[in-house]
Every structure is written in C-alpha cells, then in structure tokens.
Design a protein around this ligand. Structure first.
Ligand code: HEC
Length: 236
C-alpha cells in the first residue's frame, strides 16, 4: 500500500515536471506568427491571381513559362527594377514613345504593344507580381495551373443535360444558354424527346468535362457546338 502511494507520487511529479518543462507560451506565439504570415501570403496569392486573370492572362501565359502573344513573366521581378516594372505595367506605351531603351527593345521584339493599366495601384501590382513569381516557382516544380470554374454563374446554377451525357457518358457537343441564364448541354443528336432531359448543375457539367470552360463567356441567344470533344467550339 505504502509502495503504491510512493509510486503514484513519483509518477505525478514526473508528469508535472514534463508539463512545466514544455515552452508552452513560446510555442504558441511562434505558431501564431507563422500562420499570420501564411494567411497574408495566401491572400496576396489569391488576390494576385484574380488580378492577373482579369488583366494579364489574355496575353501572358498563366504558367509564367510559355510564350504566347506576349513574353512569359516568370522571373521578371529579378530581371527589372521595381520602379521600371511598375511604370511599364501602368503605361508601357508612354515609355515606348518617350524612347525608354528597354521599353523600345521589348516592344520591337513582339508584334503587339501592351495595354496600359493606369488604374492599377502599386499595392495591386505588389499582389500581381507576388502571384507571378509564386506561380512561376510552382511551374518550375512541375505543378500545373489548375483548370478553374470560370463561369460567371454560380456553381449550383440550374442546368439541364441529356441522358446520353448524364447516363451514357457521351460527349458534350452542344451548349446553349437562355435569357434567364439556364444552361443546356447536349450530345451529337439534334433532337431529344422530353424524357431525354434531366436536371443537373453547371459545376457538374464542368467537372464532367473541363473543356466547357472555354465557352464560359457564352451569352444568351447564342449556342456553341463542336464536332468532337477535341475540336474547337463554333458559335451560332
Ligand atoms: C493585350 C495584351 C497584353 C496584356 C493584356 C498584358 N500584356 Fe504585358 N506585354 C504584352 C506584350 C506584347 C509585351 C511585349 C512588350 C511590348 O510590346 O510592350 C508585354 C510585356 C510585358 C512586360 C515586360 C517584360 C519584360 O521582359 O520586361 C511586363 C512586365 C508585362 N508585360 C506585364 C504585364 C502585366 C502585369 C499585365 C496585367 C496587369 C500585362 N502585362 C497585360 C502584352 C500584354
């Protein structure tokens, strides 16, 4: 009995000393700081991505590596000084006209000149270039740019599709959108009976075939069609 009490006492003492030995507050504090920085960086990335997609992606590739109608932007913040870079982004044409040697050299290398972005503030450009370099690093590590849902309508937006797509897993070859923004997805058949239609959502169709993203900007009274899953969309 006495022995038991002594053992319990020793174990309790041991446990207590372990608990007090842990640098509790300090660990908590460092963790807190780390996650705040992470959240800030994450916000920079998210906003930067949105700004990049809205303003730059039409001409500059999103993986920051491939050349499209404009040069890829990966690594550009290390190649150019910040003042030049921000001035150029806001009004490259002005710099070109004023004879800035670098602007002239880059301008003459490519067939098109770049749009001006006087409305972008320095803090927007901070976010854009943060995203540019982060996305570039990811591409260098082999992480592909994910295909994201680009439709303006909500993901759970009502849509209908034919059972040939929904059940028989045929390809989406016709898409149209009504005035009330209801989307219709159908297969190669030109006519369907009432029982061939089923309700679905826009997101479900996007998940089924991500290439419907290419017609995310489709407006009502138009329909998009293609002859196979791998051919370009046509409009009528
Ligand atoms: C309409 C197409 C177009 C859009 C949109 C566009 N760019 Fe450009 N960009 C170009 C072209 C073309 C060049 C090559 C230089 C020139 O012609 O002025 C260029 C060059 C650049 C350069 C110079 C690269 C270097 O080597 O120094 C930077 C930086 C740049 N763009 C950033 C941006 C950013 C940031 C955005 C979005 C806010 C953007 N561009 C939007 C077409 C575009």
């Amino acid at each position: 009995m006495k022995k038991n009490i002594v053992t319990t006492f020793v174990i309790t003492l041991l446990l207590l000393s372990i608990v007090f030995a842990l640098p509790k507050e300090k660990t908590k504090y460092t963790l807190q700081v780390a996650s705040n920085i992470e959240i800030q960086q994450d916000t920079m990335f998210t906003y930067g991505k949105a700004l990049f997609k809205e303003n730059c992606r039409a001409c500059h590739s999103q993986d920051m590596i491939r050349t499209s109608t404009a040069p890829p932007l990966g690594g550009v913040t290390k190649k150019r000084n910040k003042e030049w870079l921000y001035k150029f982004t806001k009004n490259s044409l002005k710099m070109y006209k004023e004879g800035d040697s670098l602007a002239v050299a880059i301008g003459d290398e490519y067939w098109g000149l770049m749009t001006s972005f006087p409305m972008l503030a320095d803090k927007d450009l901070d976010k854009i270039y943060y995203y540019v370099e982060k996305r570039y690093e990811m591409s260098l590590q082999g992480i592909p740019v994910p295909i994201e849902f680009e439709f303006k309508a909500a993901e759970n937006n009502n849509a209908k599709a034919c059972t040939h797509i929904l059940i028989d897993k045929e390809d989406i070859l016709n898409v149209s959108v009504s005035k009330t923004r209801h989307w219709t997805f159908s297969c190669k058949r030109t006519s369907h009976s009432k029982s061939n239609w089923k309700k679905t959502t826009l997101k479900a169709m996007f998940d089924y075939d991500k290439s419907v993203n290419e017609i995310a900007a489709l407006v009502h009274d138009f329909s998009a069609f293609r002859s196979s899953k791998t051919s370009y969309w046509d409009f009528k």
